[in-house]
Design a protein around this ligand. Structure first.
Ligand SMILES: Nc1ncnc2c1ncn2[C@@H]1O[C@H](COP(=O)(O)OP(=O)(O)O)[C@@H](O)[C@H]1O
Ligand SMILES: [Mg+2]
Length: 353
């Protein structure tokens, strides 16, 4: 196990600033997920931690030791990539043993580690197979096994599930969660998939344009997103956003309606209201209805339905309802807002209020 500290990491490729001062403390045994859209700098940061890429400035500390000039092999790190790149002419055991043999490990030790990894990944029966005789999910497990046999202090994963189909993705995801429980090793995992991040992470680091937007547990990010960007990136379907003006008592949403400010909030001026689809409720006209609109699509998903609603000002939102709510396209809908579900953001900066 090892802690990892990133101290003001910056990286430029030519004149392009890809990482703009990354500060992060990762604790012993923590599972940290770097989450953000394609191109935000996740892989670059991971490669810098691994030593495969040099940072332009800043320092990396592993167990409180600066490793900036330490070669990758000395950092106690093993990395698993999206493309598993196994040697096709070697068996599973051969693929696992190769690196260890080159590092001078004894045959008995290689065998011991191979058996241990096979047990953890449930691959005992496949040790003598070549990669071409394995399914995609099995190959990715073999790639993870190749990292496990190295007994690293830190595992780095770069979108390891991206090449798998949906069913396999969720299966290997569960295996990764179990692996972390078993090994209790520090893991840093890169993905653009918020579901992977939410299900695997102790803490998620949301990145955007080379900057950390927010660090927190999955629950913290979901319940109190620090910015409109985080609010839009975490949760599916996306958080609805409606722009309005607050007079200190109500948020006036123009033709769409008006929503009371939550207790304790006194903000005035331009605000953006963030509402999770589950924080809205279909009610009868009058009553406590705040918003009014027309249903343009009812997506039935078995346990719940997503109603796509066009509000009276023409903007669109999504409302999650139970499937007993039988409302169809073209029907009018009146919506009550759960005050606890209200997120307020500064419209100009996007910052949470
Ligand atoms: N070797 C490189 N040379 C120039 N630009 C690069 C290089 N590697 C990455 N980039 C650029 O850095 C940005 C971040 O890339 P990357 O870290 O791969 O993003 P992510 O993994 O979040 O999708 C992208 O705009 C990419 O084009
Ligand atoms: Mg990447």
């Amino acid at each position: 196990m090892a802690n990892v500290k990133l101290d003001n990491i910056k990286k430029s490729f030519g004149s392009v600033n890809v990482l703009k001062g990354i500060e992060l403390d990762i604790k012993h045994g923590e599972f940290v997920v770097l989450l953000g859209p394609s191109g935000c700098g996740k892989s670059t940061l991971l490669r810098i931690i691994a030593g495969l890429e040099d940072q332009s400035s800043g320092s990396i500390l592993i167990d409180d030791e600066i490793v900036d000039v330490m070669p990758p092999a000395k950092r106690g790190i093993a990395m698993v990539f999206q493309s598993y790149a196994l040697y096709p002419h070697l068996t599973v055991a051969g693929n696992w043993g190769l690196g260890l043999k080159q590092a001078g490990e004894k045959t008995a030790e290689i065998e011991r580690r191979t058996n241990e990894a096979a047990r953890i990944l449930d691959l005992h029966d496949l040790l003598d197979r070549k990669p071409s005789e394995l399914s995609g999910g099995q190959r990715q497990r073999v790639a993870i096994g190749r990292a496990i046999v190295r007994k690293p202090d830190v595992f780095l994963f770069d979108e390891p599930l991206s090449n798998l189909d949906a069913a396999l993705r969720s299966q290997v995801r569960v295996e990764l969660a179990r692996l972390h429980k078993d090994l209790k090793t520090t893991m840093i995992y890169v993905t653009h998939d918020q579901v992977e991040a939410m299900t695997l992470a102790d803490r998620i680091v949301v990145m955007h344009d080379g900057i950390i937007q927010q660090v927190g547990t999955p629950r913290e990010l979901y319940e109190t997103p620090a910015s409109l960007f985080v609010a839009g990136f975490i949760g599916s379907p996306k958080m609805n956003r409606i722009e309005g003006t607050s007079d200190g008592k109500n948020i006036n949403l123009g033709k769409a309606g008006s929503v009371p400010l939550p207790a304790g909030q006194t903000v005035t001026g331009k605000v953006t209201l963030g509402l999770r689809p589950a924080g809205l409720r279909a009610v009868n006209a009058g009553s406590n209805a705040c918003l009014e609109g027309t249903i343009i699509l009812n997506e039935y998903l078995g346990r719940e339905s997503y109603l796509h609603v066009e509000l009276t000002d023409g903007s669109q939102i999504v409302v999650e309802v139970d499937t007993e709510t039988r409302l169809e396209s073209g029907e009018k809908i009146f919506l009550e807002v759960d005050p606890l579900a209200i997120n307020l953001f500064d419209t100009a900066s996007g910052a949470r209020l």
